[in-house]
Design a protein around this ligand. Structure first.
Ligand code: NAD
Length: 302
């Protein structure tokens, strides 16, 4: 099977914080894009900035004539609607042999079902969630975690190569989505640990910037200390571009996976509860780095 190199046609659904820069990387690599988002502004802003991309009015219209269809949507339920069950779903427009690439952070068990249901319609799906945030979406250095058949991955490798640097086949359908949710559990846990350490250190009189610098040259170093401390938390701009609500969704996905497998995982359960409560307190649209503000609120309550 030939690899889908530029100028293959890609349908792209979801031009949000991540979808925008990822779709831009594909345009710049020479792919032909057919884009759709329920936000008309998101579509018109994108085609305004990238006139070679074609605006379409539905998932079905985007899918027509595409070699592959990428979803970068909030969650797996929305992906299922957009691809299979909703009005003007992509499956109605997809040509035989086209591949669906779900790059959203979806629920792995739901993904396994979606893969089975789409197979019944003659369509294959790879789960291919990403890690690295907006910054690495912009520079095309995302980590892409793939679940599905190796031959399908080889076919779309040039597409992933335009958006990511590390492309890992994690296992069969759902493996990418499972690994992504577990990765975000580690990420969330590391961020809370840094924030709580900063709250205690500041109360003792330590300088938070100095604390982060010392963590980064010591054993406390993590993704949180390296790319969120000095950048978003210490200056309190909270502008990482990933919402608390999406982090809660990822943690619930990891927690639900443990429950599905009948496993007791107390720290993960605690993380789900902590972030769910924080989401309620921080308000709609809060950036996940605002978890620092939540840690401060809790500390002051005691
Ligand atoms: P976002 O909310 O900024 O963007 C989602 C986009 O999807 C919006 O533009 C919305 O209008 C659109 N949309 C919603 N329903 C739709 C539908 N039915 N059809 C077409 N478009 C629809 O979210 P995001 O931050 O870009 O995240 C997207 C996915 O990537 C999520 O699953 C998230 O968990 C994951 N993710 C985000 C980050 C990050 O740093 N933001 C990093 C890694 C993974």
């Amino acid at each position: 099977m030939t690899a889908l190199a530029p100028p293959a046609t890609i349908a792209f659904l979801g031009l949000g914080m991540m979808g925008r820069p990822m779709a831009r990387r594909l345009v710049e690599a020479g792919f032909k894009l057919r884009v759709f988002d329920v936000s008309q502004k998101a579509v018109s802003d994108f085609v305004g900035a990238h006139p070679s991309a074609l605006a379409t009015a539905s998932a079905k219209a985007a899918a027509e004539g595409a070699d592959a269809l990428i979803t970068m949507l909030p969650d797996g339920k929305i992906v299922r609607q957009a691809v299979l069950e909703g009005r003007d779903a992509a499956v109605e427009g997809l040509q035989a042999g086209a591949l669906v690439l779900d790059m959203s952070s979806s629920n792995p068990v739901d993904t396994q079902k979606l893969v089975r249901d789409l197979a019944g319609r003659g369509v294959a799906l790879l789960d291919a969630p990403v890690s690295g945030g907006v910054r690495r979406a912009v520079d095309g250095s995302l980590s892409i975690m793939v679940g599905g058949a190796a031959a399908d991955l080889e076919r779309v490798r040039p597409i992933f190569g335009a958006m990511g640097k590390t492309i890992t086949l994690c296992g069969p359908a759902g493996a990418g989505h499972a690994l992504k949710a577990l990765n975000n559990y580690l990420s969330a846990a590391g961020l809370v640990a840094m924030c709580e350490a900063l709250v205690v250190g500041e109360a003792f009189g330590l300088d938070p910037g100095v604390m982060v610098d010392v963590f980064n040259s010591s054993t406390g170093k993590s993704n949180a200390t390296e790319v969120k401390g000095r950048q978003f938390v210490v200056p309190r701009n909270f502008a990482a571009g990933f919402t608390t609500a999406l982090m809660v969704k990822d943690l619930r996905t990891a927690g639900d996976l443990a429950t599905h497998l009948k496993l007791q995982v107390p720290n993960l359960a605690q993380a789900v509860a902590y972030w769910t409560a924080a989401d309620g307190k921080l308000g709609k649209g809060a950036d996940h780095t605002e978890i620092f503000r939540y840690a401060e609120m809790l500390a002051e309550e005691s």
